[in-house]
Design a protein around this ligand. Structure first.
Ligand code: AMP
Length: 184
């Protein structure tokens, strides 16, 4: 069983790696970005609230994402492991997650930080061509990452739960490193 938190800037490869580990360990890949994009395309109340923030590269208000994470982690398929991808995104969300996991008697194994230089991130995001991947929005998302999400590295370091991985090498090499952590 593995419970992993994937940290790293947008474009660092969290989603790609999360999909692979999710398959190899038969645990759900929980991506708040994917859940929100689905809500936007279905025009649900959540999607309608989230869309303006996502289009600008801003974070969606914490309350929206913490509610959806609570609901998702309480589903039966998440009882035996999971990979969180894109959540938490700031210290408030990370504190909420600690509290939620205490409530549901779970704990995470570690937070995995995918380290990739900014220039590589911009190039990768421009080449994947997602709707919110225009250069201006990409730059804003990176700014928000450095301001709000990067402090989580210290948050998990202080808890002796952080593992750093070089995310700029090939997908296969990164997967090999992630698998070591997932198979602990
Ligand atoms: P991602 O696919 O993880 O890059 O997320 C795409 C967009 O969804 C982000 O730019 C945010 O607008 C929003 N989003 C995803 N996860 C979160 C989160 N944990 N907190 C706030 N906003 C989020």
């Amino acid at each position: 069983m593995a419970r992993l938190i994937f940290l790293g800037a947008p474009g660092a490869g969290k989603g790609t790696q999360a999909k692979l580990v999710s398959t190899s360990h038969s645990i759900p890949h929980i991506s708040t970005g994917d859940i929100l994009r689905e809500a936007v395309s279905q025009k649900t109340p959540l999607g309608l609230k989230a869309q303006t923030f996502m289009d600008k590269g801003e974070l969606v208000p914490d309350q929206l994402v913490v509610d959806l994470i609570r609901e998702r982690l309480e589903q039966p398929d998440a009882a035996n492991g999971w990979i969180l991808d894109g959540f938490p995104r700031n210290v408030a969300q990370a504190s909420f997650l600690d509290q939620l996991l205490r409530e549901i008697n779970q704990d995470y194994d570690c937070a995995v930080n995918f380290e990739v230089p900014d220039e590589v991130l911009v190039e990768r995001m421009l080449s994947r061509g997602r709707k919110d991947d225009t250069e201006e929005v990409i730059r804003r998302r990176l700014e928000i990452y450095h301001e709000q999400t990067a402090p989580l590295v210290e948050f998990y370091q202080n808890r002796y739960k952080l593992f750093a991985i070089d995310g700029s090498v090939s997908v296969e090499k990164v997967t090999a490193e992630v698998e070591k952590l997932a198979s602990f």
